[in-house]
Design a protein around this ligand. Structure first.
Ligand SMILES: Nc1ncnc2c1ncn2[C@@H]1O[C@H](COP(=O)(O)OP(=O)(O)OP(=O)(O)O)[C@@H](O)[C@H]1O
Ligand SMILES: [Mg+2]
Length: 827
């Protein structure tokens, strides 16, 4: 294929430069299938369950179950397997529902391609937006900056085209592509599905779609999204600490019991049950439920689409949000304001020349969507350009910051028209240094007024084959200024972010003064504006101007390295690298294809205030997950420590393995309520990340407190009611402790969540109801027949009195400790 000529390829595909007819495309689609990757299909149920088993906690549970089975402790083994099964099924179900709704949402922002199609063979071809899935071999399509290459294509025409094809070849820099018929081994005339257009434009014919593309052949998962976002990392960190604890517990229990109590392997089921008691086995279920609920409600109420569930948590943790300016804070609907000669006087000729360049760029570059500045130039200049003969054009490139068009002038010579950022154009002009500085400050004065500034230069040269990619020795012609109105919701959105404790930074490719002025008008203090490349441009500055795409990504990376959780909001080709680098990439729906594809979150409506709501929703979900973890882990840890200690002090096991596991099941069921909780206002006020270290410190502190409370209960019960000798009534002791555990757990649920303080006159929330249910089970299960089956019994009435008292005291201690902890952790 590599050595085939363009014509040969078109003939083989039975297509032509005018594209396919609708009927032909439809019959090819029916015959060849949709242009989708095989991996993109949703996993089956068994696969989901197997995947749920790979969760580390589940794996450890399974191991413990096998150990129990190996020592013929069938009851324990069965209960553990039941736990595993319940958590797998709940999780797989949750993920299934979440995936389905995510897939539906992703459809909303799925890409389209600009294809030439004809209703009839005689009709002229017209460019049409077609869903990427409906592309067929032989389709002729247009590519422009920011497009995803939707299939494997052979270029027919290309202007200044460079593509990122790292997904296929691993090269990180953009690669130049041309339509010229190549040598045998060269692939510079082919673009592959999965690559993206960095600059330039092209017309190309589709040669392979769907499973036949090179991308699919390489068996790459299309969305190998970064694992290890902030959320995954935190959960991973916490999980591994716990798993180490769990694996250590059984041998420790065995050894302690063997040395101090002379017990042998018969304590193994107990040891295993204790280790199981430590596991937050509902964690995956809670995480999926919290995130999926948050994402669904965001889509419904705000039109915000979260494409990757953990991104919702990361949004909640964002403390710095970087945004670009044009198209995000402003509308990107520029209108020409003035056309100035080098002396700063009005001169319509400058505008006319720029418009000639724009016209021929539009004609020759065949961009799928015309550039906003080019359109504004043509709108203001009226019908110009046709009086010349266009030769070639290289569309705007955000790295060089210039656009070039070449037209045939008088006497067969060529005129090169270069438009672009002032610095970039002046650098290519033969202007004396003094004049150079004067022109820069003229442009800066215009930019100070909030205008976007375009410099125009030309050169006259002998006829040559094409446009120079890096023209030099130009004559400076003047400036065109544009007004670009601010996005109507931008000011309110920025206020909303400030209220939520999020620092906003503006990273723009535009002039520093234009950016500073826009910020001021939006009520954001720009401070000292930095230009990309200055030392410390990633530091404290609010505005970094003249960013290349790499600069934006570099600043984001530096902020992350400094410990921030960084969000990036952008809509253009020059934002793609930063969208990938940030913890959460956000794109408005109007963004170019790659930006939308790379973003984790897409704003479906043109309302920036939705970001604030999305951040709150992320905090909401994180706070519920954190509440769950905090409550579960600290009370589990407390129970385990208390149980180990009591196991050594008592002549019998403090709880039977089956009772430990039953208690565990009750906890798990009650804690599902956290997925439906509404956290208090305080939890939503600032960034809400799970920081493993401080989190584990919290858990250990409250776990120890919990253990102390448990042991105190045990001592009080023993001494107050019977004296040390009466303790050999095992069933009574087990029942009392079971009840006490469930009651304290209920208290912990109420007091350790990040929820609103009790009271306030509103109906009890789900957590309060679940806690009440848990307490009721704690009181009612032991005297019931089921309790009997688990080896428990009704308690003497006096016990109930004490059992009412102890959780009360514990609640007071807990509330005091919580207040003290807040005080300490705030300092
Ligand atoms: N189509 C174009 N033709 C010529 N010059 C352009 C064109 N678009 C932009 N420029 C010039 O390049 C400068 C920087 O534009 P660039 O697109 O890099 O940033 P931006 O889109 O303004 O910023 P942001 O990153 O905030 O979206 C503009 O100020 C303008 O002078
Ligand atoms: Mg932009």
């Amino acid at each position: 294929m590599a050595s085939e000529t363009t014509l040969g390829v078109l003939r083989r595909l039975e297509s032509g430069p005018r594209g396919l007819t609708d009927t032909e495309a439809a019959s090819r689609l029916a015959a060849g299938g949709e242009n989708t990757l095989p991996e993109a299909r949703t996993p089956t149920w068994p696969r989901r369950c197997v995947r749920a088993l790979r969760d580390p906690f589940t794996a450890v549970l399974l191991c413990l179950g096998l150990v129990s089975a190996a020592v013929a402790s069938w009851g324990t083994a069965v209960v553990i397997l039941a736990l595993v099964a319940v958590s797998c099924v709940l999780r797989a179900g949750g993920e299934h529902a979440a995936d389905r709704s995510l897939a539906a949402l992703r459809e909303l922002v799925a890409g389209t391609a600009t294809v030439l199609r004809r209703a009839d063979a005689q009709d002229p071809p017209e460019p049409r937006e077609v869903p990427v899935a409906e592309l067929v071999p032989g389709d002729v399509l247009r590519l422009g900056p920011g497009d995803l290459v939707p299939a494997d294509v052979r270029l027919l025409r290309a202007r200044g085209l460079t593509v990122h094809q790292g997904a296929i070849t691993g090269e990180s820099a953009p690669v130049g592509k041309t339509a010229a018929d190549p040598g045998a081994a060269d692939e510079s005339h082919l673009c592959f599905q999965g690559s993206t257009v960095a600059s330039g434009s092209a017309t190309a014919v589709v040669v392979a779609t769907g499973a036949a593309t090179r991308f699919a052949a390489a068996h790459r998962v299309p969305d190998a999204r970064r694992e290890g976002g902030a959320f995954d990392r935190s959960v991973h960190g916490i999980s591994w600490v716990l798993i180490r604890f769990m694996l250590l517990t059984p041998p420790l229990v065995l050894m302690a019991n063997a040395t101090l109590r002379d017990r042998g392997l018969e304590t193994l089921p107990f040891a295993v049950a204790v280790a199981v008691g430590l596991t937050p086995e509902m964690l995956p279920v809670i995480v999926t439920t919290c995130l999926a609920r948050g994402a669904a409600s965001l889509a419904r109420t705000q039109g915000v689409i979260v494409k990757r569930l953990p991104a919702l948590h990361d949004l909640g943790a964002v403390d710095v949000l970087c945004v670009d300016k044009t198209g995000t804070l402003t509308q990107d609907r520029p209108v020409v304001e003035r056309s100035l000669d080098p002396a700063g006087r009005d001169d319509p000729e400058v505008l006319r020349r720029a418009a000639v360049g724009a016209w021929w760029t539009l004609q020759l570059a065949e961009l799928p969507t015309p550039d906003a500045l080019d359109e504004a130039l043509l709108e203001a200049a009226g019908p110009v350009g046709e009086e010349y003969d266009g030769v070639d054009a290289v569309p705007f490139d955000p790295v060089r910051r210039i656009a070039t068009a070449v037209v045939r002038g008088e006497l067969g010579r060529h005129t090169v028209v270069v438009t672009g950022a002032v610095e970039a154009v002046l650098e290519r002009c033969a202007t004396p240094p003094g004049e150079h500085d004067r022109l820069l400050s003229l442009a800066a004065r215009k930019a100070d007024a909030g205008l976007r500034v375009l410099a125009v230069a030309t050169a006259d040269r002998p006829a040559g084959p094409g446009a120079p990619t890096d023209p030099r020795g130009l004559d400076f012609q003047g400036l065109v200024t544009f007004r670009d109105a601010l996005a109507p919701t931008a000011a309110e959105a920025l206020r909303g972010l400030a209220d939520r404790g999020v620092t906003v930074k503006v990273l723009t490719g535009d002039h520093p003064a234009t950016a500073a002025r826009a910020c001021r008008e939006l009520g954001l203090d720009p401070g000292e504006v930095r230009t990309a490349g200055q030392p410390d441009d990633a530091g404290a500055a609010t505005v970094v101007a003249r960013c290349t795409p790499e600069d934006k990504a570099r600043v984001v990376a530096a902020l992350r390295a400094a410990g921030h959780t960084v969000g990036f909001l952008g809509d253009g080709v020059n934002d793609v690298a930063a969208l990938r680098t940030a913890d959460v990439g956000i794109a408005p729906r109007s963004a170019v294809g790659v930006a939308r594809d790379r973003a984790d979150v897409v704003l479906a409506e043109k309302d920036l205030t939705a970001i604030g709501h999305a951040i709150t929703s992320g905090r909401h979900a994180s706070s519920n997950i954190a509440s769950y973890l905090r409550v579960t882990l600290s009370s589990n840890l407390g129970n385990v420590v208390a149980m180990l200690a009591a196991g050594l002090l008592l002549p019998f096991l403090p709880m039977l393995p089956a009772q430990v596991l039953a208690q565990n099941l009750c906890f798990d069921a009650a804690q599902l309520a956290f997925a439906h909780d509404r956290p208090g206002a305080a939890a939503l006020r600032g960034p809400a990340g799970l920081r493993p270290r401080s989190f584990l410190r919290f858990v250990i502190a409250f776990g120890v407190l919990n253990a102390v409370a448990d042991l105190a209960t045990f001592a009080v019960l023993a001494l107050a009611l019977h004296g040390p000798d009466a303790l050999d009534d095992e069933a009574v002791f087990h029942s009392a402790w079971f009840t006490e555990n469930l009651l304290t757990q209920a208290v912990v649920m109420l007091l350790l969540r990040t929820g609103r303080p009790a009271g306030g006159g509103r109906a009890p929330g789900p957590v309060a109801l679940a806690a009440a249910g848990l307490a009721a089970v704690g009181l009612l299960l032991p005297p019931s027949p089921l309790g009997g089956a688990l080896g428990m019994t009704a308690l003497p009435p006096a016990y109930y009195l004490l059992l009412a008292l102890v959780p009360g005291l514990y609640a007071l201690a807990l509330a005091a400790a919580r207040a003290g902890y807040r005080h300490v952790s705030r300092r």
